[in-house]
Design a protein around this ligand. Structure first.
Ligand code: FVH
Length: 287
């Protein structure tokens, strides 16, 4: 028999997780704070209390709104967790993950924190992956079950590492979306078709630029290998045009202005002949 699982939280993501578990043949118990949520979800056992839901399975997956909702939901069932594995797929910070890991250990439970790199429609499909950190033994024990949700990737025994890398990936995504949003605001200030611009120019350009990210990471890790091909002094001079043209076109440069300030600061601090790895170092110094 497939491992019985419990899913806490039937929001759009929790519902997708429960559906993937049932589709893979796992006896699935679900609980949601507001009863009656996800009426279309069939083939599951609906528990009335968190304690009943936790006691039904050796593997408990929590996918709630935020860290506060996790604390609130789990507390009444604390005594039921002994000998079970708690997998928390709720978005949170490394500090949240480390604190929940301590809480789980105090209850005698194994703990895995996870970062879902997918939207609900992707769950159970080939492009979805989930980062996990925490108990390696629990990961090995449940990897096959967790792979019914998405490709599982263990990133370390420090429980905070999955949240850290989840948030880093989301940072990359929002940076990309910020640039795309600004680009579309700029071009739509004139009679440029947004669809044609996006499909024929923006996506090919961003795709080509993505290829430079491993070199940036390598420079950061090992130091620059020779002269910067696109030095920061040149980039800072060009960035001023980007901001000025935005204002001229009636487009607020709010999304991009911080990058211009960082480039200018790097140049002021004598790093004009370096590459973007210098900006990464500037950010870390600020922290
Ligand atoms: N949906 C997405 O695209 C992203 C993809 C990546 C991962 N995120 C994270 O997944 C968590 C859940 O997200 P969600 O999309 O399922 O969110 P909602 O549909 O808004 O459902 C929220 C559930 O949380 C329950 N809840 C809220 N507060 C409490 C509380 N104090 N105690 C117990 N449960 C609580 C809520 O219950 P109810 O309002 O129906 O009673 C829903 O079940 C999230 O961390 C994303 O960042 C999703």
């Amino acid at each position: 028999m497939k491992t019985p699982v419990t899913v806490l939280g039937l929001g759009t993501m929790g519902t997708a997780l429960a559906r993937a578990f049932t589709a893979a043949g796992h006896p699935t118990t679900v609980w949601n704070r507001t009863p009656g949520r996800a009426p279309g979800l069939t083939g599951v056992t609906r528990a009335n209390t968190v304690a009943d839901a936790v006691s039904a399975s050796p593997l408990i997956v929590a996918c709630l709104l935020d860290d506060a909702s996790v604390q609130e939901a789990l507390a009444p069932a604390a005594t039921e967790f002994a000998g079970r594995t708690l997998v928390n797929l709720t978005n949170g910070t490394p500090a949240h993950a480390r604190r929940t890991a301590v809480w789980a250990a105090q209850q005698g439970a194994d703990y895995l924190d996870g970062g879902i790199m997918a939207v609900p429609a992707m769950i159970g499909g080939p492009a979805a992956f989930i980062l996990y950190s925490g108990s390696e033994a629990a990961f090995e024990q449940h990897a096959a079950t967790l792979s019914d949700l998405a490709r599982p990737q263990f990133v370390g025994t420090d429980p905070g590492l999955a949240a850290l890398q989840d948030l880093a990936l989301l940072s990359g995504m929002y940076g990309m979306f910020s640039g795309a949003v600004h680009a579309l605001a700029l071009t739509s200030s004139e009679k440029v078709s947004p669809t044609a611009f996006a499909e024929q120019l923006l996506v090919p350009w961003l795709t080509a630029m993505l290829g430079s990210i491993p070199a940036l990471a390598k420079d950061l890790e090992h130091g620059a290998d020779g002269e910067a091909g696109s030095n920061l002094a040149m980039q800072s001079a060009g960035f001023v045009n980007l901001l000025d043209a935005s204002r001229d076109q009636g487009v607020d440069p709010a999304l991009l202005a911080p990058m211009g300030e960082l480039l200018a600061r790097a140049v002021r601090e004598g790093r004009g002949d370096e590459d973007l790895a210098a900006v990464v170092r500037l950010l870390r110094t600020a922290a």
